[in-house]
Design a binder for this molecule. Structure first.
Ligand code: PEP
Length: 252
């Protein structure tokens, strides 16, 4: 049976005091479970402080994006090695906000995925369709394109330590959630694409669902056979909301 990963994407929110309070709340209520793993992804400036606060706890640390370059004259960029150096184990790549607001192409996402692996991080590859793409019947085409760009770059072996997050763009921050059946359908599709390359990788990789996950819809989603947890935006900013999701995960 696969683990359940509950990952909080704090986006560009918080400050030193609020982060510390949020983490203290989370650390006080981490559910006891052999199967549930918790991850927080704060903004860059707070990574080191968060790493210190979660040391000796089961909560893991991730970043929200990474440079595709290992080092050099790339003003403003942050490398995978730097993220490792301050205690990150994971990094999000290809979040829909990076793709739509910052113009990250699937090729750029693939380069970041590769850089994350080379720097010793576990990439969390975000894929998902917009509402227009879903309504045009293109959901699978979009997901295939986003996944294949990374497969072509790193091969299936590159997914050995990675995580995939299926996040329908129309469900992110909107309060709309894919039904468990809709999400399961796409999760199974993603796993089957990976299985065509390597059955073992497909069987063990965690595929998270993201898009307005809350304590009251997590059980239906996480009970699905191919949904291995959630990537949580809004509900990761309040300890009680995040813990409600983690507690549901621990009860399954
Ligand atoms: C996200 O940004 O990855 C996300 C899933 O956000 P929310 O939970 O707020 O929909």
């Amino acid at each position: 049976m696969r683990d359940i990963l509950v990952a909080g994407n704090w986006k560009m929110n918080g400050d030193a005091a609020r982060n510390s309070e949020l983490l203290a709340g989370i650390l006080a209520g981490v559910p006891v479970s052999d199967r549930v793993r918790l991850l927080v992804c704060p903004p860059f400036p707070y990574l080191a402080a968060v790493a210190e606060q979660i040391a000796d706890s089961p909560v893991e640390l991730g970043a929200q994006t990474v440079s595709e370059h290992p080092s050099g004259a790339f003003t403003g960029e942050i490398s995978a090695a730097m993220l490792r150096n301050v205690g990150c184990s994971y990094v999000l790549v290809g979040h829909s906000e990076r793709r739509s607001l910052f113009g990250e192409s699937s090729d750029a996402v693939a380069a970041k995925f590769s850089a994350a692996l080379e720097g010793g991080l576990r990439p969390i590859l975000c894929v998902g369709e917009t509402l227009a793409e879903r309504e045009a019947g293109e959901t699978r085409i979009v997901i295939d394109r986003q996944l294949n760009a990374v497969l072509e770059r790193v091969g299936i072996a590159g997914f050995g330590t990675a995580v995939v997050a299926y996040e329908p763009v129309w469900a992110i921050g909107t309060g709309l959630t894919a039904t468990p059946e809709q999400a399961q359908d796409l999760h199974r599709h993603i796993r089957s694409i990976l299985a065509a390359h390597d059955a073992d990788v497909a069987e063990t990789i965690l595929i998270l669902y993201g898009g307005s996950v809350k304590g009251d819809n997590a059980a239906g989603l996480f009970s699905m056979p191919d949904i291995d947890g959630g990537l949580i935006g809004g509900a990761s900013l309040k300890a009680s909301d995040f813990l409600a999701i983690a507690t549901v995960a621990a009860s399954l």
